[in-house]
Write a protein that binds this ligand. Sequence first.
Ligand code: CP
Ligand code: NVA
Length: 310
Amino acid sequence: MAVDMKGKDLIAIHDLSREEVEQILDTAHILKMKQKLGEIYHPLKGKTLGMIFQKSSTRTRVSFEVGMFQLGGHALFLSANDLQLNRGETIADTARNLSRYLDGIMIRTFDHQDVVDLADYSSVPVINGLTDLLHPCQVLSDLFSISEKRQKLDGLKLVYIGDGNNMAHSLMFGGAKMGMHVVICSPSGFEPDPEITRLSRLDATRSGGTITIQDDPVEAVKTADIIYTDVWASMGQEDEHEKRLKSFSNYQVNSSLIENAQEDVLVMHCLPAHRGEEITDEVVDGPHSIVFDQAENRLHVQKAIMALVM
Ligand code: CP
Ligand code: NVA
């Protein structure tokens, strides 16, 4: 039976029920088919999404804006530099004002608490378009991409190699919710946040999944169904780039690492990739890679999210 998600915020996958995640994925499948068939479908006619960006974006901005257009609505790009937010207007007042004009707000920012506060003071749904802590829309799209390729999520082993960052955290939340075995393989000092680990292990207990933290990439990839990686220095960590290159040098996803994995392993990356750092050209462009399918699916899955909550 359909779950009513109207008015719901999307801040963390941990906050969603398994049924809600399944509903997002099922809706994305329908919307993707409609779009491929050229069918016009305008459930958000007359509605407007505001998109606040405090960090750069290619995929998130374009896929939300195009998605809103395809659903019959309108999207407004709101650069934080041009909002009064950057001149000291509070998040609370920004939320209260924007709620008077908009039907939904998507925000990409640094401090995760800002998204939580925005949602608390907003009367319209708030969608997290990435924070330093989480990137839920990316991972919901990734779950969709995996299920398209493998027709299931339950029981699959996803090995994430690299920084215990926003992507690692959301993969832990998403995988745990859907009964997957998530292995986070990070160098010492770059492990995921202990509270995210605790919460995702709680979810995994309920779903039959597992969350494992370890530090040996070769061992980790041996039975992986999916190998996932992300940049070593995320947005906002640019000044740590050189130092991180050294810490992560044994954590590159390259051909010799893939040789240890199963023949049909999928390789995933949220993009943008720093080719030659966390992943090599031959792997991003190689037969295991599904990175551009992942990028495309942002459109279909975010359309599903907007259609369900707005
Ligand atoms: N993966 C992702 O969120 O890409 P952008 O930073 O380009 O939006
Ligand atoms: N961890 C990366 C993800 C980009 C989509 C960052 O936050 O920069």
